[in-house]
Design a protein around this ligand. Structure first.
Ligand code: DGL
Length: 270
């Protein structure tokens, strides 16, 4: 049995944990939410990196994790290279906005990306976009839409704010550039919080637009790096421990609401 640390600024990484639980039965997951310091999206790269290192160090010392899933696009963008340098022997799987899958799925090559300001402003995501555009045999166009406050609204489970902010950002993204001949047909949910607003975002985007998220490919990649067998009937479910630097009860409620998970939640003392 492997122990896998899963880390996010808050409840968003639960969308990745959901896929991990389905893909990696029989393992032990320790989910760490840095909710006291969320949202990360509007923090500096140095702040996000510092928090990511602290939480990782704690997960290694207190839970001797075999691998870490950085279930946060913003933390991946700002900290994963450093983290891999610091812990060269620990497998670390990050989460990046699904630009590449979106490029394959889009019919017309026009792709919108909803993510935090931090993720979209990072050199890592700009380089990913530029590589894809350069390697593509057809014109590809990515429109980046920062969504200030949306992860925080999901974190608070504030449905009114989720609706208001989603409306604003989807409108800016899809209806901002009226000069375009072709409308955006694929939207990347580039923040692990956003799958929990997928119903609203999907309705606002309309039936012609595909939403793309990353939980399942990240879970598959984690299974590959840990060399674990594919899930099969009759395997024991994985166990989960929930940790939060904020309110552990709020984290346990979110895990129950969205994943149907009943797990013990404790304070993360970092
Ligand atoms: N869930 C995170 C992400 O994927 C961060 C959201 C935030 O804390 O701003 O980017």
């Amino acid at each position: 049995m492997k122990t896998v640390g899963v880390f996010d600024s808050g409840v968003g990484g639960l969308s990745v944990l959901r896929a991990l639980l389905a893909e990696l039965p029989g393992q032990r997951f320790v989910y760490a939410a840095d909710s006291a310091f969320a949202p990360y999206g509007e923090r500096t790269a140095a702040e996000v990196s510092e928090r990511t290192h602290r939480v990782t160090q704690h997960l290694r010392e207190a839970y001797t994790i075999d691998a870490l899933v950085v279930a946060c696009n913003t933390a991946t963008a700002h900290a994963i290279d450093d983290l891999r340098r610091q812990y060269p022997h620990m497998p670390i799987v990050g989460v990046e906005p699904a630009l590449k899958p979106a490029a394959s799925l889009s019919r017309n090559g026009r792709i919108g990306v909803l993510a935090t300001r931090g993720t979209l402003g990072s050199a890592r995501v700009a380089a990913l976009r530029d590589r894809l555009v350069a390697a593509s045999s057809r014109p590809l166009h990515f429109s980046f839409q920062p969504c200030d406050g949306l992860a925080a609204a999901i974190e608070r489970h504030d449905t009114a704010a989720i609706e208001t902010l989603s409306t604003r950002y989807v409108n800016e993204l899809l209806r901002g550039d009226t000069q375009d001949e072709e409308p955006i047909d694929t939207v990347v949910l580039g923040c692990t919080h956003y799958p929990f607003a997928a119903d609203v975002l999907g309705q606002l985007s309309g039936p012609g637009v595909m939403l793309v998220e990353t939980g399942v490919p990240v879970a598959r990649r984690t299974r590959e790096v840990l060399e674990l067998p594919a899930p099969a009937e009759g395997m024991t479910p994985s166990s989960t421990t929930l940790l939060s630097t904020g309110d552990p009860v709020a984290l346990a409620e979110a895990a129950h609401r969205w994943l149907g998970l009943r797990a013990n939640a404790q304070t993360l003392p970092v």
